[in-house]
Write a new protein. Structure first.
Lengths: 573, 173
């Protein structure tokens, strides 16, 4: 018996084993919501803003490894998810996003809440399409789930006009789909890999640079086994933080703009850089002409377009990280790298990541208390200084996970992504590390956390500034703090040089704000209050907790590579 | 080791086989504008298989960028095949119409001579003007325009962009 499009929509979600969707209703999706109302298998999470919604879906997908599913209405509902689409596209998060659309006969009429969302989303999705006839609906949804999850994962957008949702048609949802233009790579060129392995084996100063692709392909175990068998030191990008426990004897730390000096020196001094699952983003390379200047470079990546784009490599290998590592493990033999390791760990000893200990409650001290308070957690950050401190100072074991907006760097990501992660993994402790700027960008999602009973622990680093930009102004713009002070009011002098006794109070008062949401807010100003606050937060099993850490405004993220310079040229203090 | 890359800009040709669907042209052209690739010409039409369209694309780029362009095109779900025509034996033509104005009797004779030498057809004529229909290579069309501009006061040009296909000998190899 033929069924309406809206019924096929729900059937498709069931067949794809979707248990949760993030949805915000509106005129052009009311039929789909009505159909979801009639069933119990799929939970619908209602956020407070569509941007928060898609970040929640990202957090859900990153924490669970499943595809995040988004349902929003046409027009503003659709445009509000564009930032999240771009974020998911850059960080390779599998999402299937459904947008409502005005009926086919109205498209192009500038109808109420009509936008060409497919046109807008084209450059920030793996695939996007408007369903133009009811018969293709099943095939398109199947395609979307297939494309989102395979190859290099990413977001897919399906725009469904209202009339298609209600047209009766084929009840079948295809079991599989053939797409002639989409054949994700599922092999590895053994000859190339052997060539790479030989280079590695013959190197005197080998270094492995791991990127987020290793985590995306679920190759942590294979990775650990490979580097341990080979005895090669490892640097990571921030997206790969956690691929090895941070205390692992072969792990140096993150490289790049705010990476460890020892990691960047290792990149600059190595004679073979074996990189896997990274696209050599400018945040990791610095000045390209000086990147790994002494090294032959091997590059394993699933995306052909990532290879030899930014960095010209000696041995390119198109492969999923896991597949390559499985093969490499067949050959792996211990190398003598003691001298080289000694050199690296001497750099590490001479230039450790360390903030001054005599300045009260520094971000490092807060991070240390977070480390000692959680055994097994999903850490979710927003974007800014706190994010860099988290990537620098968080200790991570195999049980921990870090979720962060790496490629797009979207402020406002932290809180909703943490809520999504908590919804996906309710038994895991979810710690949201955020700043006072980014937190306010999606602050309305506190209500979502409350109604979903998602007890995320919000560690809010309040330095009263948009700190990352403020840091650049302090270092490179003659301390001209244009539009970065969040306390600044119209009554303030125009050219203020920083906090002083006449400064107006900060707004909002986050503790009172927490109360208005019916949740606990704790202000922490001294180190001796930190553990007690975290204890209270851990005790809240049904509600989120805000812990506001008051930190100095002039705290910097160091070390820092100078803009446009090689990563080994760093400002250390 | 610092790698020296060939950064000289060259003209290159791609034949792109794509799904014949709404939005594919926008997606392909959006890639070129979004990533600041220097698109010289793009033509599109259906093929013997009505579900497939074929685009002939000319870009001016260096080696590295051109490799990247091909990879980016290959990544698109709607792209079925990317054929690099740059070093292949191909047949390529571009349709062009040229109106030449303000001609006296001697000029008109000259215009006919030019048309004959360039194997262009004179397809329309007015009291003091002629229209040429050319099916030449892009380069030949460029040369013709340059010559006409030099020789005559006023011309009007419309060009179709080039279409290209691998020669049979290449396809059989």
């Amino acid at each position: 018996m033929d069924i309406a499009g809206r019924k096929l929509f729900v059937k498709a979600l069931n067949e794809e084993k979707v248990d949760t969707i993030f949805g915000y209703p509106g005129g052009m999706v009311t039929d789909l919501f009505d159909e979801l109302y009639k069933q119990d298998k799929i939970k619908v999470v209602l956020p407070r803003h569509e941007q928060g919604l898609i970040f929640e879906a990202e957090g859900y997908a990153k924490a669970s490894g499943k595809t995040g599913v988004v349902l929003v209405t046409s027009g503003p509902g659709a445009t509000n998810i564009v930032t999240g689409l771009a974020d998911a596209y850059y960080d390779n998060v599998p999402l299937v996003c459904f947008t409502g659309q005005v009926s086919c006969n109205l498209i192009g009429n500038d109808a109420f809440q009509e936008v060409d969302i497919v046109g807008m989303a084209r450059s920030v999705t793996k695939y996007s399409i408007t369903v133009k006839d009811r018969q293709s609906l099943g095939r398109i949804i199947k395609m979307a789930f297939h494309i989102a999850k395979t190859g290099k994962p990413g977001p897919v957008l399906i725009d469904i006009p209202k009339d298609i949702q209600n047209t009766i048609g084929d009840p079948e949802y295809p079991e599989k789909v053939e797409i002639r233009g989409y054949k994700p790579n599922n092999s590895v060129h053994v000859g190339q890999l052997k060539k790479a392995y030989k280079l590695l084996k013959n190197a005197k100063k080998p270094l492995i640079l791991a990127g987020g692709g290793v985590i995306l392909s679920g190759a942590q175990a294979e990775f650990k086994s490979f580097i341990e068998k080979m005895n090669i030191p490892v640097a990571t990008t921030i997206m790969a933080k956690g691929v090895l426990p941070t205390g692992h004897p072969l792990y140096i730390g993150n490289g790049g703009l705010h990476g460890k000096y020892a990691a960047n020196l290792a990149i600059s001094e190595c004679d073979l850089l074996f990189s896997i699952g990274t696209r050599f983003n400018d945040r990791i390379t610095g000045d390209l002409s000086e990147f790994a200047p002494k090294a032959k470079i091997v590059h394993v990546d699933i995306d052909t377009a990532s290879i030899s784009r930014n960095v010209v490599v000696d041995v390119p290998i198109v492969s999923d990280a896991k597949r390559a590592l499985v093969k490499l493990n067949e050959w792996a033999e211990r190398m003598d790298t003691e001298k080289w390791k000694k050199q690296i760990f001497e750099w590490e000893k001479n230039y450790p990541l360390e903030m001054k200990r005599d300045k009260g409650m520094t971000p490092q001290i807060i991070m240390e208390h977070i480390n000692s308070n959680f055994d097994e957690a999903i850490y979710v950050t927003d974007v800014g200084q706190h994010q860099m401190w988290a990537t620098q100072y968080l200790d991570m074991s195999y049980k921990d996970k870090l979720i962060t907006s790496g490629g797009l760097g979207s402020m406002g990501f932290g809180l909703p992504a943490a809520i999504g992660a908590k919804i996906a993994m309710p038994k895991k402790e979810v710690v949201c590390i955020t700043g006072d700027g980014g937190f306010q960008m999606n602050i309305q999602e506190l209500a979502t956390a409350v109604v979903q009973q998602a007890p995320v622990i919000i560690c809010l680093f309040n330095n009263q500034y948009l700190g990352m930009v403020r840091q650049m102004q302090q270092l490179f713009y003659g301390k001209r703090y244009a539009a970065t002070c969040l306390r600044k009011r119209v009554t303030c002098p125009k050219n203020c040089k920083g906090p002083n006794k006449d400064c107006p109070p900060y707004t909002p008062d986050f503790v009172s704000l927490a109360e208005s949401y019916g949740i606990k807010g704790i202000r922490v100003e001294n180190e001796d209050q930190i553990d007690a606050a975290l204890e209270i937060a851990k005790g809240n099993r049904k509600t989120p907790t805000i812990i506001e850490f008051i930190i100095a405004s002039d705290e910097l993220v160091l070390p820092m590579a100078r803009p446009g310079k090689p990563v080994s040229d760093m400002i250390l203090n | 080791m610092n790698k020296i890359m060939d950064r000289t800009l060259k003209e290159r040709w791609i034949s792109l086989h794509v799904e014949n669907q709404v939005g594919v042209l926008a997606k392909v052209s959006g890639l070129f504008s979004g990533k600041a690739y220097n698109l010289q010409s793009l033509t599109v039409g259906t093929t013997e298989d009505e579900t497939v369209s074929r685009m002939t694309i000319c870009v001016k780029s260096d080696d590295v960028t051109f490799e990247q362009i091909k990879k980016q095109l290959n990544r698109m779900v709607e792209v079925i095949k990317v054929v690099d025509l740059t070093d292949l034996s191909i047949h390529m033509k571009e349709v062009m119409f040229v109106k030449v104005f303000e001609l006296n009797t001697i000029d008109k004779q000259e215009a006919f001579n030019v048309a004959r030498v360039f194997s262009a057809d004179v397809v329309d004529i007015g009291k003091d003007s002629v229209m040429m229909e050319c099916k030449l290579t892009t380069h030949k069309n460029n040369e013709l325009i340059a010559l006409l501009k030099k020789r005559f006061n006023r011309i009007e040009v419309v060009r179709g962009g080039a279409v290209a296909i691998e020669s049979i000998s290449t396809a059989c190899k």
